[in-house]
Design a binder for this molecule. Structure first.
Ligand SMILES: [Zn+2]
Length: 356
């Protein structure tokens, strides 16, 4: 019975979406205007004639609420074969855009801008400054309504500001100058793999053994001086990785990137992901002992979330896409157990990693 019901639902969804399921959507994000807090998106997707609804991610993992910054989306243009296509926003759901794919059209080109001066990663504050940027992909995509985020594939690329370097867990296919192309991944993995970049960048390897997956800290900062992580701090993060391995007994990821932005110009937050965490703190956190003490628990907490919250997730938060509401009745386990485990691995790793 369940299989029959699933087959019927799948057929209904295919009829409704007018999109070739299992297709690959190309997404080019031009970040060259990031210092002005404008990200430019250009998507190419195959479609067949008839009604189509594109949606902007609304319920954001890690935020656990409808925090997708729809008010920041502007300049939406949709074309097919060079012809402009009219779209209409849903009168109730502000995250949905309706259009009619014209006869004979095979591909749609969709472009829009995202203003990133506020609502960065579910927190207040900007996503970028003249020296750093934080790209959360949910802010720069549209996708066909009713699509399971595991079932739609994105071939993403970014155009970085000249001379900037970047860190991300997203698998890299190609890089030349400011253009970085990534391997095709599901929308789930894309949204789960933020990218930070900046003109002051430093990467530190954290592996103690060759058997473990690669662990690194990617840091971007407003100044070169802010990247001065001491050998003691580095040693503490080495130990943090080892202590997490000892506590959990296994690693479910293929690599792990601590993305660490040090800036007073952008929003401050910590956001958990499977293979990375997106952490943003004041610029002088590594070199000011008082700031260091304030922020020292952030990386251990977000690291533990990779196990508790991502690899294992409360049922109400494991939704098929970003339009489906999340139910947060088990968030007390999600956050409470994470805080307990973060304290445990920090205690083992020493004071510089969070056990004051
Ligand atoms: Zn948390």
């Amino acid at each position: 019975m369940r299989r029959l019901l699933a087959a019927c639902l799948s057929a209904a969804i295919i009829l409704l979406t007018n999109v070739a399921l299992g297709q690959s959507i190309r997404l080019a994000v031009d970040l060259s205007d990031a210092p002005r807090n404008i990200f430019h998106s250009r998507l190419t997707l195959s479609a067949k004639p008839g009604p189509l609804t594109l949606v902007y991610p609304k319920w954001i993992p890690g935020n656990h609420r409808p925090s997708g910054p729809i008010a920041n989306l502007t300049g939406l243009k949709i074309t097919a074969g060079g012809q402009s296509i009219k779209w209409q926003r849903d009168p109730i759901d502000m995250y949905a855009f309706h259009l009619e794919v014209p006869a004979g059209a095979k591909d749609l080109q969709v472009s829009f801008d995202t203003i990133t001066s506020g609502d960065s990663a579910g927190a207040t504050g900007a996503a970028a400054s003249t020296n750093v940027l934080d790209l959360n992909w949910n802010q720069v995509v549209l996708y066909p309504q009713e699509t399971n985020s595991d079932a739609v594939e994105f071939e993403a690329s970014v155009h970085l500001p000249a001379g900037w370097k970047f860190g991300t867990a997203l698998p890299i296919k190609n890089q030349s100058d400011e253009i970085v192309e990534f391997n095709p991944v599901s929308l789930t993995q894309l949204v789960d793999s933020p990218l930070i970049a900046g003109d002051n960048y430093r990467q530190i390897g954290l592996n103690l053994t060759r058997e473990d997956p690669v662990h690194v800290i990617d840091m971007v900062a407003e100044s070169e001086a802010a990247l001065a992580m001491t050998p003691q701090q580095t040693a503490a993060y080495h130990s943090l990785v080892a202590e997490a391995g000892a506590l959990f007994g296994a690693r479910h990821y293929t690599k792990y990137h601590f993305l660490y932005t040090l800036s007073d110009e952008v929003g401050h937050h910590g956001l958990e992901h499977h293979e990375s965490s997106d952490n943003s703190v004041p610029e002088r956190t590594l070199i000011d002992p008082e700031l260091r003490l304030m922020e020292v628990g952030l990386l251990p907490h977000e690291f533990v979330h990779s196990w508790n919250g991502k690899y294992r997730r409360p049922a109400g938060l494991a939704t098929p896409n970003y339009q489906e509401p999340m139910i947060g009745d088990l968030l007390w386990v999600y956050e409470g157990l994470t805080e307990l485990d973060a304290g445990t691995i920090s205690r083992g790793a020493g004071r510089d990693c969070g056990h004051a």
